[in-house]
Each structure stands twice: as C-alpha cells, then as structure tokens.
Design a protein around this ligand. Structure first.
Ligand code: BDP
Length: 710
C-alpha cells in the first residue's frame, strides 16, 4: 500500500470512524446496539450464522419476518456480514423451527416450550453443525431470536448453546401513564411517544423500535393511556389511532390495551348513570366493546382505576369493585379480552392508609369473573424506595392478581438519579408471603406483571441511559421471575455499554449498590413518603398541613420528641395482621422485624438500641451518611470509566451523577435537620450538621417540577 493510502486508512481507523461511531452513541439503540465485534469474535459468530433457515413460505408470517429482520440486522451489525435467508440447512445455519417445520430426526421437548417459550440449541443435523431456534409458534421464534442475539451480544459460547426458556406469567405489560395531550403523568423522559394528534395517519418509525425493544424482552402487552383516563380515548377517532398502533405492534407480539374511564357511559353515551348493574350501562359497554374489537381484533382489554384518588367507579352507585370489574369483564369475555382492575385505593378517613387496599379487596376474593385480574402495587403505600410486599399477595387465592411496579422513578429521584430497580423488583418477587405456607413467594402468587413505563420522546427513550436498564430489568424479570437482578444488570451493561470485563464489573457493581443508596439517603429504616407535595421531588418531612391526613409526610413518619415511626403492630393500627400469621407475629415485635422495615411497622424511641449498638437516632444519621457516601462512590466508579465508555454517554451520566450527589446531600441534610429539630437531640459525635438551616430547606419550591401531567 502506498504511503498516502496507509495514512488515510490509519486516519480512518484512528480518528474518523471512532468519532463517527461515538456520535451515534446517543442511547437510541438501547440494548439492541449490535455494534461490530472484534475481528476474531466476529468471524466466529459469522461462521455460526451464515444463513437463516426457515420452512418454505414461512416468512410470510409477519411475526417471523420481524424475527428475521432483527436477526439480519443483528448479525450484520455484529459481524459485518448479512446472512442469507434460505430454506435448506447448510453448515453454520441458524434454523428457525416449529413442530410443523422441524426437519426429520430433530426431537425436541416441544411441550415444555408452551405457547411463547423457546429453545436455542447447537445440534448435528445430517452431519452438519447447526443452531436451532425452536418454538411451538412464531411468537416463540421471535423471543428465541432475540435471546440468541442477546447471547451473541453478551459473549456467550454459541458453539455450546443450550438455552430453554418459557415464561410463567402469561401477561407482561407496560402501563403508560400517557395523556391525550402528550403530557405524561410521572414522566421524566419528555413527552408521550404517542403522537395522538397525528395518528392514525402518521406512524412514527419510533413505534416499530418501541415494539422491537419490548419484544426483545418478552413484553407482550401495552396499555396506551393513563390510568387517570379520559373518556375520549374510547371514542371512534381515538380507537382508530389505537388501532394504528396495534397494527404496528402486532408483528412483535405486543397487544394493545386501554385504560377505561368508568363514567364513560355518562360522558360519551349521554346516560344518566354509570351504575354497573344498570341494563342501559351494560348495553353501552357491550356496544363499545364490540366497536373496539371491530377496530382492534386482538385488543387485550381494559385497565381500570376506580374509586381511587377521585376517579369514578362502582362505589359511586353503592356497588362493589367486583360489580364494576365483572360488568366490564362480561362484555370483553366473548372477544377474549380481560379487565385489569387496580387495587390502589385509599379512603379519606383512613386510620392507616397502608391497610386500605387489603381491607377493600380481600373480602371480595372469589367474587371476580374469570377474566378479571386484580392489579396490586408492589407495596401497600405507593412505589416507595422500600416497602414490604403488599399483603394482598397470596391473600386472594380465588382471584387472579397482577404485580404492578413503577419503572418511572416518581419517588426515587426521577430520571436524574441513577437507581437500578432490578433489586427492588427481585425483592418483591422473592418475598415469601407464607400463604398458604412458607415458600409461597409473590412471584408464585401472580399471573401477570405490569410496569408503569418510563418511556418518552427523549432520544435515549427513558430520560437517562441508566433508566433504560429499568425498562430492561422489568421485561426480563416479568419473563423469568426467577432471574437474578445482578445477572440482568450484567447482560444489560454488556449490550448497552461495553463488553470490557473490568468496565462490566464496575458498572454492574455500581448499579447493584444504587437501590440501597437511594433508600439510605431518602427513606432509611422503613421510613416512607417523605417526598415533596404533589410533584414528589425532594425531601419535605415537615409537611403537615395538607387537607387529608394521609397526604402528609408527618402522618407517615410520626416523628416527635418521643420517637419516630408508624406503629402498625397490634399496639398501633394493627394492620400488620393483614400478613400471614407467621409474618404478622414476626413483624409485630421490633426485635424480630428486619431493620430495613423497622419504622414501617413500629414507632420507637430515639434511644432504641439497634443491632449495631447505636441508638436509633445515631443509626438514622449513619444511614443518611451512608447514602451520600454511596453516591460519591458511584461517581468515582463512573469517573474511572472515562475512555472505556464512549465520551458522550460518559459525560451525560457524569452530569447526572453530580445532580444525584447534590440531591442526596440535600435529602440527608433536610431530613436530618427536621428530625433533629423534632427530637431535640445533639448531632452524633463525628457527624456533620446540615449545610443550611431547616427553614432554608422548608422554603424551597418546585413549581415546574416535571411529571405532573396535563
Ligand atoms: C401515585 C401517583 C399518581 C398516580 C397514582 C396511581 O402520584 O400520579 O395516579 O399513583 O397509581 O403514586 O394511580
């Protein structure tokens, strides 16, 4: 090669290509980046994926085409070679097979795969080494294809591949709290990705990428609109818009659902009532259901927030939640649709808000129709950094239940705090309800999992790069509730950032530490709901003047000169009794309550002795300090990755971590300033008093904090 040519090639390799490359690292590609592997690894992978083999004619299935599309895109990206689609197996082929198309001599455990599961396996077929992606249906092939790509991207040994996976939960859904004006309730990632105004005519290319990302995780349903629903979403023009989205999503196995406003028969139908037992109301909903299914033949069903936070519901007419849910279930049943009826309710006169959901719903066990699922938040209050699991799990054995978690971090620092939620999801899924016996985990009690989405129009989808890990973890854990959050974090890092081992170790460790960090600097030892009023940004433990008692942080922490914490033991509200007797007994006594939940269940004097030997007051300060220190450690860990992680994303995360460090300190200082004032105790030796006076923290206002909806 001539000198100038060598120089040009050198310049391209050293400067131009990496620059061009890093320019596209804006997070848009999520974990489906498919960036080129190092030459040797690329060649090895290419040898295993020379062609994609399907049965003649099979590619006409839209779902299979979607699977092939991502396999081609992925393999080309990773290896630089586009695999051909063929119908005859050659060495190095990837075979996509169902029982109907499997070649003779290939015996596989078809039955265990169920309707959605898949098997990835290296086999010798007629003397040739090939890889099979096997499933009973095209949807399984789609999930299997993404699993193969995940294996390829995470550096798995593809020559020895043998992976079987089938979901236990048939329903794995995102819940968008998106409004029709494109604002997003508790959204911190820009506007709603649904451009309602331009739908159904304009179908943004982003809708396809959204569906691909969900399919890659096995998410199979999406509720398009806010649970605080507008009746208009059930009108013909909006149904046409939802139908357009359903059409885009269909090849990716993603069904569309809608939040239904219970009073729609009045608001849209001109009826005098929305009483679920009124024949005219039932007829209205029946006609509406028929209309919906004409527009969206595979419509999934309704999600309903009723008689909660001012939403209309059956209780407005003296009817029960079961009456309301069953009425909707009846009109959806002929079409195969379901009702997800939320158990997030709390009455204004609540003696103990944590007890309300159980009190209203548990007695209704056995009264819900077969196609109703009662959707229960992970904890009995409201998506706090840490809560015990909701006592309804396991307590309604004759009712199908769904676990609802919040992916968007309304109470965990919005999108500017790095908090990996995998450990939170894992904690609740693995919580032992003891119902009917020890070992009955939440994961074993549910039939569905719903995640309140954190997706918006931001280029990186979720408002921050790391918040995409929470979308990812939700999907992966909903698919396989036994997965470890640590493994999920690791594979996300490998696909999203780098396969550099040291960097993967560092980022994974940082992520795993982050959830405990936020608990420590916001609400340690079982404290909860200390957040600012309305927007929930920042600390406000002093707020005590809101109209309803249970809107006030003082209601939840009950700090005074005598001590701190909410007594839910038999000596207090008694709501601990909603748990199985073995747990209730354990959590009724401070000595046998895990310290992480201590102040959730008990009101204790400031000088209560903790396991560490410190007093409760000293321990509280130590936790807040540890939270702040953990964030500082996260910053340092991340700083050490400069040059390993691409510059743009590295800088963005660095900036966010600075916000988090500042706000963690603010949380610590403001909460401790307040608790110190009410307890009257001196600062423990060696600890720092807050930077500012309590009044200064109390005076802060955040009128324009995001996520308050339209
Ligand atoms: C609360 C949110 C509110 C939601 C509500 C719900 O602050 O915006 O509408 O949950 O889940 O945490 O319905």
């Amino acid at each position: 090669m001539k000198f100038w040519a060598r120089t040009l090639v050198g310049w391209l390799l050293a400067v131009a290509l990496p620059t061009a490359w890093s320019a596209v690292e804006d997070g848009y590609d999520l974990w489906l980046r498919y960036r080129p592997l190092p030459p040797q690894a690329a060649a090895a992978l290419a040898a295993q994926a020379r062609s994609l083999v399907i049965a003649p004619g099979a590619a006409t299935s839209p779902v299979l085409s979607a699977a092939l599309g991502d396999l081609q895109r992925g393999i080309q990206g990773l290896t630089g070679r586009l695999p051909a689609v063929a119908t005859v197996p050659q060495p190095g082929a990837l075979l996509l097979v169902t029982p109907a198309t499997a070649p003779a001599g290939l015996t596989l455990p078809w039955q265990a795969l169920g309707g959605e599961g898949y098997l990835l396996r290296r086999v010798r077929l007629q003397g040739r080494e090939v890889t099979v992606i096997a499933a009973n249906a095209d949807r399984g092939l789609l999930y299997g294809s993404f699993a193969w790509l995940r294996a390829a991207q995470t550096g798995a040994d593809l020559a020895r591949l043998d992976e079987f996976s089938a979901p236990r939960l048939p329903l794995r859904l995102l819940n968008h709290w998106d409004n029709l004006d494109r604002s997003v309730e508790r959204g911190y990632a820009g506007s709603s990705i649904w451009d309602w105004w331009k739908l159904p005519d304009l179908r943004d290319a982003r809708y396809v990428d959204y569906a691909r990302a969900n399919a890659s995780l096995g998410i199979n349903g999406t509720v398009l609109n806010n649970v605080n629903a507008k009746a208009e979403s059930l009108t013909a023009p909006y149904l046409a818009k939802a139908a357009a989205l359903a059409q885009v999503f269909r090849p990716y196995g993603l069904r569309v659902y809608l939040s239904a406003r219970f009073s729609a028969p009045v608001e849209l139908g001109g009826l005098q009532t929305a009483d679920p037992l009124d024949p005219a109301v039932r007829a209205w909903w029946r006609a509406k259901a028929d209309e919906i299914y004409r527009a969206i033949p595979d419509f999934g069903g309704f999600l309903v927030k009723a008689n909660s936070e001012g939403q209309p519901g059956p209780q407005d007419y003296g009817r029960s939640h079961a009456d309301g849910a069953n009425m909707l279930a009846e009109v959806l049943a002929p079409h195969g649709g379901i009702v997800m009826w939320r158990a997030f309710v709390y009455a204004p006169d609540a003696r103990d808000r944590a007890a309300q959901g159980f009190a209203e719903f548990q007695p209704l066990d056995g009264q819900f129709a077969a196609n109703v699922i009662v959707q229960v938040k992970n904890g009995p209050i409201d998506f706090q950094p840490r809560e015990p699991f909701h006592p309804l799990f396991g307590a309604m054995p004759r009712t199908a239940t769904a676990l609802e978690v919040q992916i968007t971090k309304e109470y965990l620092g919005f999108s500017t705090h790095l908090v990996y939620l995998g450990p939170l999801f894992e904690e609740v899924l693995r919580a032992d309800t003891h119902r009917p016996a020890p070992g009955a985990t939440v994961a074993r009690q549910i039939t569905a999992m719903a995640g309140v989405a954190n997706i918006g129009t931001d280029r990186n989808w979720c408002g921050s790069h790391f918040d995409c890990a929470n979308w990812y973890a939700f999907g992966r854990l909903a698919w396989d509730t036994d997965l470890a959050a640590a493994r999920v974090a690791r594979e996300w890092v490998q696909q999203t950032f780098t396969r550099d081992r040291r960097a993967v170790d560092t980022v994974t460790a940082l992520m795993l530490d982050s959830r405990e960090a936020v608990v420590d600097y916001m609400t340690p030892l079982g404290l909860h709901h200390l957040m600012g009023t309305g927007h929930h940004h920042g600390p406000a433990p002093w707020v005590s003047d809101l109209e309803r008692a249970d809107w006030n942080p003082t209601y939840f922490h009950r700090a005074g000169p005598d001590g701190i914490g909410f007594d839910r033991s038999p000596r207090g509200s008694g709501s601990v009794a909603q748990y199985a007797p073995a747990l209730a007994a354990r959590w009724s006594e401070p000595a046998t309550t895990p310290e992480a939940l201590l102040l959730w269940f008990h009101h204790l004097p400031w000088d209560h002795r903790m396991a560490s030997g410190r007093t409760l007051w000293q321990e509280l300060v130590a936790h807040y300090d540890r939270g702040v220190a953990r964030v500082e450690a996260m910053r340092e860990q991340w700083a050490g990755l400069r040059g390993v992680v691409d510059a743009r994303r590295h800088a963005e995360v660095t900036a966010y971590l600075a916000v988090q460090a500042r706000e963690a300190r603010w949380w610590r200082d403001a909460c401790l300033a307040y608790f110190q004032a009410v307890s009257g105790l001196p600062w423990p030796a060696g600890t720092q008093p807050p930077a500012e006076a309590l009044e200064a923290y109390r005076a802060r206002r955040f009128k324009f904090a995001p996520g308050q909806g339209g």
